[in-house]
Design a protein around this ligand. Sequence first.
Ligand SMILES: [Cu+2]
Length: 282
Amino acid sequence: MYKKLLSFLLFILSLTSWGQFSDTLFIYKDSADIRGYQTTFAIFSSVDSFRIESYSTNVSVGETINLTIINRDTLPHTFTVDNIITTGNIINANDTVTFSFSFNLPGTHIFYSDVSYGKNLGASGQILVGYENYPHFYWNLFDQEVALSHDLALLNTSAIPSSYLPEVYTINFNSYPQTIADTNALVVGNVSDTLIISIINTGKMAHALHFHGYHVEILFHSKNNLMEGLLKDTFPLEVDAACIVRLIPNQSGMYPVHDHNLFAVNTGGYPGGMITMINISP
Ligand SMILES: [Cu+2]
């Protein structure tokens, strides 16, 4: 009797796959219009078609992540997470590979395709680990020089030249005001809420965000842990840096957050580019 019950419980347990997160992503490469700039992107898309999207998700510390990657590009890509998945991670054209991994500390992490026509064209996303009891938002900061994006896609070059001067600056691959139609980029909450914002810089230059209306506490910074615990209204995010900030709004209102570089807020005319908003209700 007990044996039967035990095997029944084990059967149920095997069905529920407790402590596991699974999803499928598709790699697509195509061009998109970003406020008048026809730019080539490589994207980890959560649907089986090309669309402007920066994939992000939240998992628990220690939770097993199973990500199935289907490569719809005509060239091989990789699924790379620094210090976690760096070898044996190639997905050939039209191939499907599942990667299983976990993180044993709270933080936020970039995943990307490390080929020259991968992350340089946007093939990246983020995984926030921990803080699952709070509303969270995700910003993937990115910059792109239009002519170079086509050259990288066509394999005319594989390097970023020292003359690199991007015209296109984006958050989750959108230029303001498209950013505020993105529920990951537009921060929404109430006074005294605890809001978590996970920010990565997958561009080719450093970006310094300026928060209007509020100071945020830096909880995690992958390149500079001396900043952790500091309250800031502006701070730099180096190339390939990932950070988590906590916003506890002390006032209601709608306030911008933007890159503190005039070039970066001019994509398609001012105001454009790397700008989003924080919209706080009483
Ligand atoms: Cu400002």
